[in-house]
Design a protein around this ligand. Structure first.
Ligand code: AKG
Ligand code: FE2
Length: 344
């Protein structure tokens, strides 16, 4: 992957006192941060799912079809694991600029500190810095990018990664049951060697918050993403019926969203919904997204059970290598990955 190095937004804001917003960050009027009302996304109770409540399962099925997003409460990840992860994400972005630079992304690698998919000089830039780390399977961990200046960072991320993965594994069992698919089929593709990556997002405040975007509109390319809001500042928005709606995360909840691969697995029954993040005029914002994808051995395509006949499949079936190629080329060319997966 080719990626152009861009300055840290955090460092820029510190240097200028936030007075100056370079043109590369200013969005055209039609992309401006207008919203309408609030989106009360469905709330799913993890404990009730674990107890096998039919109603809760049906509720999640509808949430995945109608919203592509839900809040997960009573998720059973211990508070100290969540708090440990939050403290270390905060701690990383509080390190001196020179220290953070040691973890800067390198050409051809996703891991590290910086910004992903900056490919042209005239591309509008996101008002954010990120730390992206591959976390599972464990042999994907590139510790060269895991900050060692914070005493607990590695163990906090290790614990968080495992806890979130077990939640996702269980949610995928529920997905399978809701779809009438053998849970083993999904477990085989996504369970033991399923891929997980964690992205820590740092959005500095911006004096022209309504003219910049923290995270450009996108859909996630994975199966399921779990987003944790780190501080009290909201910013996530989802697009629904053509309008942007802010999401207000509940205290202690995870925001869960359906990604492109789950839309493909379900042959379009579940929706991978476009979302973005906006920034605050005065306060910084932090969030942590954990992305979950199938193992490198799994074929990405509609599950057999989701298509009665070969010609009913809306999407192609491709192997991991082809998936990676298509994924990167669509990102680099700013094209929709889902469109490219559509059968002609
Ligand atoms: O910052 C957020 O709330 C959303 C982040 C996000 O969409 C992502 O990391 O994919
Ligand atoms: Fe996202």
């Amino acid at each position: 992957m080719e990626s152009l190095p861009v300055p840290s937004v955090q460092a820029m804001v510190v240097a200028t006192g936030g007075a100056d917003v370079p043109p590369r960050y200013l969005r055209p009027e039609d992309e401006a941060v207008a919203t309408d009302g609030e989106a009360e996304i469905p709330i799913i109770d993890f404990r009730r799912l674990q107890l096998g409540h039919d109603e809760e399962m049906a509720h999640m099925d509808r949430a995945c079809q109608d919203w592509g997003f839900f809040q997960l409460i009573n998720h059973s990840v211990p508070e100290h694991v969540v708090d440990g992860m939050k403290a270390n994400a905060r701690g990383f972005f509080e390190l001196p600029a020179e220290t953070k630079k040691q973890f800067a992304q390198e050409r051809g690698q996703l891991d590290g500190y910086g910004q992903l998919f900056v490919v042209s000089e005239d591309q509008k830039l996101d008002w954010a810095d990120i730390l992206f780390l591959n976390t599972l399977p464990v042999q994907n961990r590139n510790f060269r990018f895991w900050p060692n200046q914070l005493a607990n960072f590695r163990s906090a991320l290790d614990k968080y990664s495992a806890a979130v993965k077990s939640i996702v594994d269980f949610l995928l069992v529920t997905v399978a049951n809701n779809l009438g698919v053998d849970p083993e089929v999904i477990a085989e593709k996504c369970g033991i060697d399923g891929i997980q990556a964690v992205r820590m997002n740092y959005y500095p405040p911006c004096v022209q918050a309504d003219k910049v975007i923290g995270f450009s509109p996108h859909s996630d390319s994975d199966l399921l993403t779990l987003v944790l809001q780190v501080n009290e500042v909201d910013g996530l928005q989802i697009k629904r019926n053509g309008t942007w709606f802010p999401v207000r995360p509940l205290e202690g909840a995870f925001i869960v969203n359906v990604g492109d691969i789950l839309q493909i697995f379900t042959n379009g029954r579940y929706k991978s919904v476009e979302h973005r993040a906006v920034v605050d005029t005065k306060k910084e914002r932090l969030s942590i997204a954990a992305f979950h994808s199938p193992s490198i051995h799994a074929v990405v395509g509609p599950l057999e059970e989701m298509v009665a006949h070969e010609d009913e499949a809306v999407y192609k079936s491709i192997d991991h290598d082809e998936f990676m190629k298509l994924f990167f080329s669509s990102k680099l060319e700013g094209k929709s990955f889902l469109d490219r997966m559509k059968k002609l």
